[in-house]
Design a protein around this ligand. Structure first.
Ligand SMILES: Cc1cc2nc3c(=O)[nH]c(=O)nc-3n(C[C@H](O)[C@H](O)[C@H](O)COP(=O)(O)OP(=O)(O)OC[C@H]3O[C@@H](n4cnc5c(N)ncnc54)[C@H](O)[C@@H]3O)c2cc1C
Length: 486
């Protein structure tokens, strides 16, 4: 008996209905359509992936079904090749439709293996670019122009009724993925319904305080858009967000709106860098800095202190505890904790980058690895920034409200000492009966010495011949000729 013909929609980091080129194209084929998200065990065992990501993906699949009004998107737990083999035995696969994943090396290798598998069986795999990212791009001359053209291109409306008709039930119920088993938590939750609510509340209200809260660890949690996990897992496309922000008239927010839209462009810019040079995940992008990283030895005690928020530097510790508990930090605080890890603690960049990836609910490889390297001072083409965590604390949390929220051990510390509790005079400690519990009495590194060492080494390396040659290569590959990297 002939096998029934089907198309397969393979959802990855594009968990939405609208502005979905792969879905639109699959619908045009007019065949029964099996829509799946694959929770591949090997992928989800990679060091960067964690349960908070799975909670977000699970929510996202559930929301797609809720909007459809039917359970027609299936989260399955199995390896991709295993799944497609099983499909092939049961169906005649007329086409596989997906977006190109701008993922880690593991997903890239998996895609190569699957492409080979499809080729051998004469199965067409239709892959569509992720917004703003071109595969195989050799140079950036027209990238920006194309980005602006595409960001304004009209979004094709989706025929939801056709979706309801063509999407199929789950033929592999034994592979149904399990709901996340997480205790109640503060991580941002996923799905298209929440995504639109978050975006609307930002554009219609919170955007008015965007610029003034963006650098502050506490205020940014409300004042920034918080759309990042929805973009990272594809509940919203960058184009949807941009066009929504363009079409809503928000009085008095012109500058804030521009700052927000600029960042949407940076999102694509960073992802394009990563797509063009996936080595960002493994080695310093400026190979001249490989030797610097080799001088760093892993010190498990320091690494653990940083992870646990027990370095003795209040802002670093509050940020790390907050990130662990909530999955979010604003840009400046991310940069600051990276600077502390790579430059003050002088630890090798890769374990720190992988660890943070597992904590950020919005983990987006294309932004994360290039940003981690940039904030470590490893690109050779950006200004080297060594954040002073005390000054950051004084500037962005002057009263120590954020510090006390996340470090209860500092609850009794007077405001004037909150940024440097080790400076409280012993007499005052005794007279006022102030206890810091088991919080480190002094920072685990000498801050000024560590800063000087990092500064001397990074600037000397940046000036070296090998880093200079690499910088030229990086500029030629990742920036528009004639425009300097920001
Ligand atoms: C070490 C480090 C790692 C990072 N890792 C990630 C990551 O894994 N995923 C991620 O989405 N962002 C990452 N960022 C960038 C940035 O910190 C977050 O995008 C931002 O804090 C998310 O909050 P928001 O959505 O409220 O941002 P908003 O300020 O409201 O910005 C809107 C959107 O623009 C994009 N964006 C904002 N800032 C940047 C930036 N500097 N570079 C590129 N795109 C940007 C994001 O998609 C963001 O959602 C990282 C930054 C650093 C320093």
């Amino acid at each position: 008996m002939a096998k029934p013909a089907i198309s397969i929609l393979w959802l990855k980091r594009d968990l939405r209905w609208q502005d979905h080129a792969a879905l639109q194209s699959a619908l045009q084929a007019g065949l029964p359509l099996l829509a799946i998200y694959l929770k591949e065990p090997t992928q989800w065992n990679q060091i960067q992936y964690s349960d908070r990501h799975w909670q977000f993906v699970w929510d996202s699949v559930a929301a797609m079904n809720e909007v459809l009004g039917q359970q027609k998107v299936h989260a399955l737990s199995c390896e991709a090749l295993e799944f497609f083999e099983a499909c092939e035995q049961r169906f005649e696969i007329k086409g596989i439709y997906s977006h190109q994943e701008v993922g880690i090396q593991w997903t890239f290798d998996r895609d190569l293996a699957l492409a080979e598998w499809c080729k051998k069986r004469n199965i067409s795999w239709h892959e569509f670019p992720t917004f703003g990212v071109a595969r195989g791009l050799r140079q950036r001359k027209y990238w920006l122009k194309n980005w602006y053209t595409n960001i304004h291109a009209p979004i094709e409306p989706l025929n939801m009724e056709l979706c309801r008709t063509l999407l199929t039930t789950n033929p592999f119920p034994h592979w149904s993925a399990q709901a996340p088993e997480l205790a109640q938590n503060l991580y941002q939750r996923g799905g298209i319904i929440r995504a639109h609510k978050v975006l609307d509340s930002f554009l219609l209200d919170r955007i008015t305080v965007y610029a003034r809260s963006i650098s502050k660890p506490r205020e940014s949690r409300r004042g920034c858009s918080r759309v990042s996990p929805h973009l990272a897992w594809g509940n919203l496309s960058v184009r949807q967000v941009f066009q929504h922000s363009r079409d809503l008239e928000v009085p008095g927010s012109k500058r804030n709106l521009k700052a927000f839209q600029d960042r949407l462009r940076w999102q694509s810019h960073f992802m394009q860098k990563f797509e063009s040079e996936i080595e960002y995940e493994q080695v310093p992008i400026n190979r001249g800095f490989i030797a610097v990283d080799a001088t760093k030895k892993m010190d498990e005690e320091k690494f653990t202190a940083w992870k646990m928020g027990r370095t003795g530097v209040p802002l670093v510790d509050a940020c790390m505890r907050c990130l662990d508990a909530t999955g979010y930090l604003n840009f400046r605080m991310r940069a600051m904790v990276v600077s502390f890890y790579s430059q003050y603690l002088w630890l090798p960049w890769k374990p720190g980058a992988d660890y943070l990836a597992s904590l950020f609910t919005d983990f987006e490889p294309g932004i994360h690895y290039p940003q981690f390297q940039m904030q470590s001072g490893y690109t050779g083409v950006n200004t080297i920034r060594i954040y002073n965590p005390i000054k950051q604390s004084q500037d962005h949390d002057p009263k120590g409200i954020f510090l006390k929220e996340w470090i209860p051990e500092l609850a009794q510390v007077p405001e004037e000492y909150i940024h440097e509790p080790w400076n409280i005079p012993p007499l005052q400690l005794a007279m006022e009966n102030i206890s810091l519990g088991d919080y480190p009495a002094v920072p685990i590194v000498d801050l000024s010495r560590a800063r000087k060492h990092a500064s001397d080494t990074l600037y000397a390396t940046k000036k070296s011949k090998s880093a200079g040659v690499e910088s030229k290569r990086i500029l030629a590959k990742h920036t528009n000729p004639g425009r300097r990297e920001r």
